[in-house]
Design a protein around this ligand. Structure first.
Ligand code: NOJ
Length: 713
């Protein structure tokens, strides 16, 4: 976003007319459902800059009220449209961001962003609080489902594609919406994976691991950034001027506006004990560089008092208002507010088919001893598991069933296909008989019936057992200390395995769970995560071979919660295999590693070369199977000698290639010197001359990678 003289002149003109009250009101974002209609409308009259979580007629009424206010500055409406516009019950519901990340496909993410933008804009709203750039490294965290997984490179690539999709060619286009990169910064790294607690990190580490995705988001023109709930080494982000001003604006070059997370300012007083009272909290938050204050409306009175008493400079308020008005002008908010919206696009067929494509591409086949795709020898199958027959669990978090307008009793709205329905439909077309039993669910319940499930499993040629979690185990404040299968799911799994009927285990969950018994003894394992409306159809297509799985894990699977964190790009340690430490009672290696995923064709790699002069890497890939397949060629590096510890491997590039049976292609990667950089003690990103290792292959696992050494001067 370049400075535009015309826009700046308009901001000057507006500011010149605004009273102090009107300026501060622009900074306030009102939570409509929390305050209710009457109070919300009073805020609109007063000139509140933004509202969140309000839809349809109610939003329209707020906007009309704002337009009738003294200056008539239109309201900016924000919503958590984080997986499509999924808080609207008629919108297209995509897989969760984590499931989408399994595609590793930037173009798909961009297209999903576009579809979401069209649906949000068709509802008269302007801004989504997405994408989420936190890294899911300690997967006990309740919000892993909202991330792109554990890796900073992949996260940055997918996030910037999604931002481009949301914001379109031009912010002023009527189907463009604002993106919001959140939560700035290192929010997912809270100690013990306990949501919104302190992150025990240095700013060197933040620059090395957590900042790069935000840099890419800023470079992609992301209009807004959300400051996190948490704190870094004792200082809440809400009060961290170094993070919000020096790093974000000066170093990263951000030119949009910063919105706080929910009640961040209030929490400086009653949760983080940094401020004596609301007035002190308002001063801290404004001075640190938060432009818009989400859901802490007391900020208004406090800021007013503090400016009047000379404790908060009006210049700081004006700067925040400038940042907000600039975006409002750039997106043509006045013109948009004057037009009536067209609802035509919401949930349309073209959008649903993209959600289906995303669901197919998101499936990660993690084990297959040959049982899949199901062959003609299979005449009868039994589907077991609560999550096979539960659209709420299939959806997971952030749809109209869950946040933040809680409608747990909301009837599910079609189109959607549960896993059970998807399998029953395809089984029928193949002339296969199909039965279903609830068996066990993620929570203990009266519906649990292991005996019935075992009984019908015995009579089948193959069992599809769907395990996972459900909404009450997912999301904000729902961190889990134990990632083993909950309820009686593991008990049933062991008893099903003992039957020796071929068993395919499907994980329909918000995140990796410790599915060791399935990994060891089931004939096939599929990580499906939360596949959205068409997840059930996609899984069925994979089972019957109608779709060739191509998902790759963006996140590592632990064997046990006690192994966490188990991300692939660890720093080297003294003991254990591959320098990543060890336990005396478990290996340090994950159950399934970052980048893993099988298809119905295998791929072979040969001839990895690196030209250190031109920084071009090349490698040949062959489809060894009998079906056309999509391979994700992954490039990692390791700095062999460095002045500080650097990761045992780090992803720096990847490309997806479609290969016919027997076909070989040579892929080349134009790398840059900065791909091989590290952050030194003084916080600078540098490339230290010396020896490096380049690795290329199918996943981050050592046995999947070719290596070659090269030197940089
Ligand atoms: C709190 C969450 O942390 C954030 O991700 C979300 O966008 C806001 N609430 C608004 O719902």
């Amino acid at each position: 976003m370049k400075p535009d003289k015309q826009v700046e002149a308009k901001i000057d003109a507006l500011l010149a007319q605004m009273t102090l009250e009107e300026k501060i009101a622009q900074m306030v974002q009102i939570p409509y459902p929390m305050l209710g209609r009457e109070e919300s409308l009073r805020w609109a009259e007063r000139g509140a800059g933004s509202f969140l979580h309000v839809l349809e007629k109610e939003a329209q009424e707020v906007q009309e009220t704002a337009l009738r206010s003294r200056l008539g500055i239109p309201v900016l409406f924000g919503i958590d449209a984080v997986r499509g516009h999924a808080l609207n019950d008629h919108a297209t519901i995509f897989p969760t961001q984590l499931a989408c990340a399994c595609t590793w496909d930037k173009d798909l993410l961009r297209r999903m962003g576009r579809v979401t933008a069209k649906e949000v804009a068709a509802d008269g709203l302007h801004w989504t609080f997405s994408p989420l750039l936190c890294l899911a490294r300690d997967t006990r965290w309740g919000r892993c489902n909202e991330t792109f997984g554990e890796d900073p490179y992949l996260t940055g690539e997918l996030a910037s594609a999604m931002i481009q999709g949301y914001q379109g060619e031009d912010l002023a286009d009527e189907d463009s919406i604002l993106a919001c990169a959140k939560h700035y910064i290192a929010y997912g790294e809270a100690v013990g994976a306990r949501d919104a607690c302190d992150s025990e990190l240095t700013y060197r580490k933040i620059r090395e691991v957590f900042l790069p995705p935000f840099q890419k988001a800023v470079d992609a023109g992301c209009a807004t950034i959300m400051s996190a709930y948490g704190s870094i080494d004792g200082l809440p982000l809400t009060a961290d001027a170094c993070a919000l001003r020096d790093i974000l604006r000066t170093e990263l070059g951000f030119r949009g506006f910063v919105v706080t997370d929910w009640q961040n300012v209030t929490s400086l007083v009653d949760k983080q004990f940094l401020a004596e009272n609301a007035d002190a909290a308002a001063c801290l938050a404004a001075a640190a560089g938060n432009d818009m204050i989400m859901s802490s409306p007391e900020f208004f009175d406090s800021a007013l008092r503090m400016v009047r008493s000379g404790k908060l400079s009006e210049r700081i308020i004006e700067e925040a208002v400038r940042n907000i008005l600039r975006i409002k002008l750039q997106m043509g908010l006045w013109e948009r507010a004057a037009k009536s919206v067209k609802k035509a696009d919401i949930g349309c067929e073209a959008h649903q088919s993209l959600a289906l494509e995303m669901a197919r591409r998101s499936l990660c086949l993690l084990k297959n001893d040959g049982v899949l795709p199901l062959t003609e020898r299979i005449k009868s199958i039994t589907v077991i598991g609560a999550n096979a027959d539960d659209i709420r669990a299939q959806y997971g978090d952030w749809t109209y069933f869950s946040h933040p307008l809680p409608h747990p009793e909301h009837p599910p709205i079609r189109p959607y296909t549960t896993i059970r329905e998807g399998i029953e439909t395809l089984a029928k077309t193949h002339g296969i008989s199909c039965r279903y039993a609830y068996g066990a669910g993620p929570l203990h319940s009266e519906k649990d019936d292991l005996e019935e499930a075992l009984d019908i499993a015995k009579q089948a040629d193959a069992v599809i057992y769907v395990v996972g979690d459900e909404i009450s185990q997912v999301g904000e404040g729902k961190d889990r200390a134990d990632l083993a299968l909950s309820g009686r799911q593991e008990e049933l799994l062991l008893r099903l395995l003992a039957l020796r009927v071929p068993l395919i285990c499907v994980l329909a969950a918000s995140k990796p769970l410790a599915i060791c018994s399935a990994a060891a003894q089931a004939q096939a394992v599929i990580a499906a995560f939360n596949g959205g409306a068409h997840g059930g159809q996609a899984i069925a297509e994979l089972l019957f071979g109608k779709c060739n799985p191509s998902g790759r894990l963006p996140i590592s699977f632990p064997r046990h919660s006690g192994q966490l964190p188990v991300y692939y790009n660890q720093l080297p340690g003294w003991h254990g295999e591959n320098n990543v430490g060890k336990y005396c009672d478990l290996p340090a290696a994950p159950l399934y590693a970052f980048g893993e995923g099988l298809g119905y064709s295998a791929f072979g790699y040969q001839n990895l070369r690196m030209d250190a002069e031109t920084l071009t890497a090349s490698v040949e890939v062959t489809n060894l199977g009998e079906r056309q397949g999509l391979e994700t060629v992954q490039i990692y590096f390791r700095d062999l000698v460095s002045s500080l510890l650097t990761p045992v491997k780090q992803l720096i590039a990847y490309e997806q290639v479609l290969l016919m049976p027997g076909e070989t292609k040579c892929l080349s990667f134009q790398l840059r010197k900065m791909n091989f950089s590290m952050v030194n003690r003084t916080g600078e990103r540098v490339v230290e001359p010396g020896r490096f290792l380049l690795m290329a292959g199918h996943s981050s696992k050592d046995e999947d990678l070719l290596r070659c050494e090269f030197a940089l001067a």
